[in-house]
Design a protein around this ligand. Structure first.
Ligand code: RIB
Length: 300
């Protein structure tokens, strides 16, 4: 079995590059439509696999043409897809506009991701794996069940609470490492998060709920690592931004692979920052995720 299991979403990203985002009620012209493999779960699986880690994906696609397109891309990246179920609904899609600054705006249509169930989780064995990666593009009861199963089998549970939503305390209490961005952390805690001090304060509130480590991703400002014993801001690398889509996923896959390879928490965050920065230099979700060689080069 794989060292890292990802229970999460697979999306076909329908992406248009546009000079700017349209206003409500406005129509503007963009470039040609591109269909790109995405979904936070699948992106994190590919991000970790490209660092040479044995990775398995558990999720669902529909019975349309997007399903095989997504599964084949995972296989091409050496991700084990034996727990990706094909059901009779539509494959999840994300409608994405990327503006001239590389920022994005995303609307999700969950499709088959909305059917990933606790029974799907039970069809896989966690006993020989080390780490579970979770996000919130599948139903929350399934995320909770997967986290509980992983805990029971001694895996480290990492939750990326994206897209932002409030979560049951039960779930937070079985998470080892929580990786939100600033707005997700604010929604989870009900506290304003707009600078390093407020991020540290909110992260400490989460620690009180049983999480051991909170890593707040801060975009071009890097990341803030908060545990009971330390608060450390880690800078990221300066790059030319083309498209920020999946930068957070690249960070998480890279961070998880570094942890698995025995790096310290701080060095793993630094490694994740390198992966996230590199992902912003290329267009699209999975095509932008860096290889191990690219990451080692920027770190040097
Ligand atoms: O994190 C980026 C991802 O969010 C995209 O690939 C899109 O599918 C949405 O899930």
């Amino acid at each position: 079995m794989a060292d890292i299991i990802i229970v999460g979403s697979l999306n076909a990203d329908l992406v248009v590059r546009s000079p700017r985002f349209p206003q409500p009620g406005e129509t503007i012209s963009g470039e040609d439509l591109q269909i790109i493999p995405g979904g936070k779960g699948a992106n994190q699986a590919v991000a970790a696999a490209r660092q040479g880690v044995k990775t398995a994906m558990l999720g669902r696609v529909g019975s349309d043409s997007f399903g095989p397109f997504l599964v084949e891309n995972l296989k091409a990246n050496q991700v084990d897809t034996s727990h990706v179920i094909v059901d009779s609904s539509a494959t999840g899609t994300a409608i994405i506009v990327v503006d001239s600054n590389g920022q994005n705006s995303i609307v999700l249509s969950p499709g088959a991701n909305g059917n990933v169930s606790p029974a799907d989780v039970d069809s896989a064995s966690f006993s020989n794996s080390k780490l579970l990666l979770l996000q919130l593009e599948i139903p929350t009861p399934t995320v909770l069940h997967a986290a509980q199963q992983a805990r029971a089998n001694g895996l480290t549970v990492i939750l990326n609470p994206a897209p932002a939503k409030s979560l049951p305390r039960e779930l937070i209490s079985v998470v080892d490492i929580l990786i939100p961005n600033e707005s997700e952390l604010s929604l989870l805690t009900g506290l304003p998060v707009n600078d390093i001090g407020s991020a540290e304060h909110a992260a400490k509130e989460i620690l009180k709920q049983g999480v051991k480590t909170v890593i707040v991703t801060l975009g071009s400002k890097g990341a803030l690592l908060v545990t009971a014993h330390q608060t450390t801001q880690i800078d990221t690398y300066k790059v030319n931004v083309v498209d920020t889509t999946a930068a957070g996923d690249a960070f998480i896959g890279g961070f998880a692979s570094a942890m698995l390879n025995g790096k310290s928490l701080e060095d793993s965050v630094r490694y994740g920052c390198a992966c996230g920065a590199l992902a912003t230099t290329k267009f699209g979700a999975q095509p932008s995720l860096p290889t191990k060689e690219e990451v080692e080069k920027i770190i040097k």
